[in-house]
Design a protein around this ligand. Structure first.
Ligand SMILES: [Mg+2]
Length: 425
């Protein structure tokens, strides 16, 4: 039996998802912008071909956008996340140990006595199923370690001969692959280290992997040594099937338009509380205190500046929206000042602990606590499939505090009112 790692990576994911429901955009350049429509965060191959890069500011590429008729989208994370989930569902039909590494990447650990050719065929089948069912193209890299799987993934994506699936079949190929692979592109090395390496004449992954262990440990710590060993084919990084729980949770956002009214800030804070509370419940944590912060726009020197935050104790350890919101609102009212234009607000919780062993005191209203807990278990169940239930205060105020996103595509797959309609007349 041999253990292999596969990485499945979606090609130009956000841009590809945007194209699924827009067949008119096939083979056309598409870019996707950051939260506030300022920066290019993702782009299709056609957009790369006309010279646009990730990180470009929208106003700087306006000429290119016009000349090449580039289609510009605001980012629609609801839609991307839903596609990500669907792809994961397909992969889980074939494999048990699946690690969701990012919204568009998955690691799989696969122990088998199948031949290299058989494994390649299985991977091709998954690639085709995802393409048929979800309409997204993926590249699959396969190797004995995660780091090498990432290397092979690059070849699967860039080298047409592989047709999207590249398996590290022998040591011959290992050398060949690492000889031309830039050291700075190796998973875990990173850009700042790559400059460091170049200064010492190390430019390829192969050179890095051949450095001696003492030198590696001294210059790049145990992490660098681990990466080099992974490149040599020695497994050092395991699957992370259960990502570690977060110790602090923060949810904050800038507003598309500045806010001056307390009621509008409350609507924003309520939405942040909801996100924080959902994260708490997902990792089965509760918190004993909650913080709120507000700030004006520091770049607008012409406006009165204000920043404040406050942390308040909860009456009991909780993770339900109602309790958290009650206290967050008290905090917000404490720090709110009129006559300011608020640009950003946030909600944060620290000192989390497990919801499984909470000790209540005699004075806690056990009936109320348990009622709220059941209520939000139900809410979570419904929201996982539909994402619709919110506390009343958020209703109707979304447009005011939401991010500036003027070019957002519809939520085709999660909101029935936004599915494409066909006119039969
Ligand atoms: Mg990708």
């Amino acid at each position: 039996m041999t253990t292999w790692f596969l990485i499945i990576d979606c090609n130009t994911f956000y841009a590809s998802v945007e194209k699924v429901f827009r067949p008119d955009l096939r083979n056309k350049p598409v870019v996707v912008l950051s939260n506030n429509d300022g920066v290019v965060v993702a782009l299709s191959q056609e957009a790369k071909d006309v010279g646009i890069k990730r990180g470009d500011l929208l106003f700087k590429i306006e000429e290119l956008v016009k000349t090449h008729r580039v289609h510009v989208f605001s980012s629609n994370f609801v839609l991307y996340y839903d596609f990500s989930k669907r792809i994961e569902t397909v992969v889980r039909r074939y494999f048990y140990d699946v690690e969701k590494y990012s919204v568009d990447e998955m690691f799989i650990e696969y122990t088998t006595d199948k031949s290299v050719d058989e494994i390649r065929e299985t991977a091709k089948k998954i690639r085709d199923t995802i393409s048929d069912e979800i309409k997204i193209k993926v590249s699959i890299g396969i190797a004995p370690t995660k780091t090498l799987a990432k290397v092979m993934n690059r070849y699967a994506k860039k080298d047409k001969r592989y047709q999207g699936v590249a398996i590290l079949k022998d040591t011959n190929l290992l050398q060949k692959a690492l000889f031309t692979y830039p050291a700075g592109d190796v998973w875990g090395i990173g850009r700042q280290h790559s400059k460091n390496l170049a200064a010492q004449g190390i430019t390829t992954a192969w050179q890095f992997s051949q450095m001696n262990d003492n030198w590696l440990r001294k210059n790049f710590s145990i992490v660098g040594l681990r990466t080099a060993r992974e490149l040599r084919g020695i497994r050092c990084i395991d699957m992370e099937l259960h990502p570690p729980d977060k110790k602090n949770i923060l949810c904050s956002r800038s507003f598309g338009k500045p806010i001056s009214e307390l009621s509008d800030l409350k609507a924003a804070v309520s939405a942040f509380v909801q996100e924080v509370a959902e994260k708490l419940r997902r990792q089965k944590s509760v918190c004993k205190s909650i913080g709120v912060m507000v700030m004006t726009n520091p770049h607008r020197k012409d406006q009165k500046q204000y920043y404040n935050s406050v942390m308040l104790e909860l009456p009991y350890a909780a993770n339900d929206n109602l309790t958290l919101q009650e206290i967050a609102f008290i905090g917000l009212e404490k720090i709110f000042r009129t006559e300011h234009l608020y640009k950003k607000a946030g909600v944060f919780v620290n000192d989390l602990f497990s919801s499984e062993n909470i000790q209540y005191t005699l004075w806690d209203n056990a009936a109320k606590i348990s009622k709220r807990r059941h209520l939000f278990q139900t809410v979570d169940t419904i929201n996982t499939s539909l994402g619709l239930i919110k506390l009343g205060i958020q209703k109707g105020t979304e447009a005011k505090h939401s991010m500036r996103q003027t070019k957002k595509s519809p939520n085709y797959t999660t909101d029935i009112s936004q599915v494409p309609k066909i006119d039969m007349d």
